[in-house]
Design a protein around this ligand. Structure first.
Ligand SMILES: [Fe+2]
Ligand SMILES: [Fe+2]
Length: 350
């Protein structure tokens, strides 16, 4: 039961005492209020669990032998929804105290035997409060760091957005292309069960893979008719230009493999580095399939988009020469069984 006692200057920390002996609750109430704590006393352990669910407490002082449930069960229940509450177990009879194993397992921070004097308990409470203060500080620092990280991440994505739109503004035929390549790549990455970090690289790398086209003269980039050899070799510089553009910025270093190597071929006949097979970074092998697929399924000035059956046959034909066969197979599986996902992406960015 909660008793209203004479109020003392509060230190702001809230303590809940759970003991089925009203006498203990009463004496702790006087003692703890006098020491400056905000006190709540409960004699029913089930009520204590409910209170912790609905109110904030910094510390709990808990009796062990209680009805209808013992202190260890109270802790077990509370730990299911609250891992932060600092819990001190108060044991009445030495022989009936829970084994140390239980105390450790339940994440009880300390225990002490009941006695008439509360000196030992007060020391435990004070050191508990110090730990709680440190926990608060660490939590606060963590939150601040997370906020800073979120800000950096946002600035990074904004920068990518601006640079990317610069390319797309130059070349209307690539509009939507990077978005689609990004999404197809992530879809492939998911099917290949890649981790979140790699999926993120695929996402951002896809958005950015053709950024080097900024460095290609408009007369070539926007040419309607077929390119001559010299012009084609200039276009082929875009992966190297892109990688060079991003090379000095630490935040972009993870996506450079996508930018630089998305035109490598599995048989080693691609560009710019003529890398072969597994020497081509996995993210670039994935982006290569996504990129070529999007080129084939987009309308160009000189041709319509190709029918999906032709596209599938082409991916099949190029599996093992242009494409990593494993990735080509997974992509064909997507085209055969989850084509709606591809259509959704195309609709979103057309
Ligand atoms: Fe490209
Ligand atoms: Fe591309």
């Amino acid at each position: 039961m909660r008793k209203n006692m004479v109020s003392h200057e509060s230190n702001g920390y809230k303590i809940i005492v759970v003991d089925d002996e009203q006498g203990i609750v009463d004496s702790l109430s006087i003692f703890l209020r006098r020491s400056g704590y905000d006190f709540t006393g409960v004699t029913n352990p089930l009520e204590a669990i409910e209170k912790v669910k609905n109110e904030h407490f910094d510390l709990m002082i808990l009796d062990f032998m209680m009805d209808p449930i013992h202190g260890d069960e109270v802790v077990e229940q509370i730990r299911k929804f609250n891992k932060e509450l600092y819990i001190l177990l108060l044991t009445g009879h030495k022989d009936l105290a829970p084994p140390l194993e239980t105390i450790k397992k339940l994440d009880i921070q300390g225990y002490c035997e009941k006695s008439d004097k509360f000196d030992q308990l007060l020391l435990l409470i004070e050191s508990g409060i110090k730990s709680i203060e440190q926990m608060h500080t660490i939590k606060q620092i963590n939150e601040e760091l997370k906020d800073k990280n979120d800000e950096l991440e946002k600035a990074y994505l904004d920068t990518i957005g601006i640079l990317r739109y610069t390319v797309e503004a130059k070349d209307p035929y690539t509009r939507g292309h990077s978005d689609r390549v990004s999404e197809y790549s992530v879809l492939l990455g998911q099917k290949l069960s890649l981790d979140d970090k790699t999926l993120h690289i695929l996402k951002i790398g896809g958005l950015f893979h053709d950024i080097g086209k900024i460095g290609i003269p408009d007369s070539i980039l926007l040419k309607d008719s077929k390119l001559n050899d010299e012009e084609y070799s200039q276009i082929k510089n875009h992966p190297t230009i892109g990688a060079h553009m991003l090379g000095d910025a630490d935040i972009f270093k993870d996506i450079i493999p996508v930018v630089k190597h998305h035109h490598e071929r599995f048989d080693g006949k691609g560009y710019p580095s003529r890398l072969e097979g597994a020497n081509i970074p996995l993210v670039a092998r994935i982006a290569a399939v996504a990129d070529t697929f999007d080129a084939m399924t987009s309308k160009r000035t000189y041709r319509n988009s190709l029918p999906i059956d032709v596209v599938k046959a082409e991916i099949e034909r190029c599996s093992g020469s242009q494409f990593d066969p494993e990735i080509a197979k997974v992509f064909l599986d997507i085209l055969n069984n989850e084509y709606n996902k591809i259509l959704e992406i195309q609709e979103k960015y057309n």
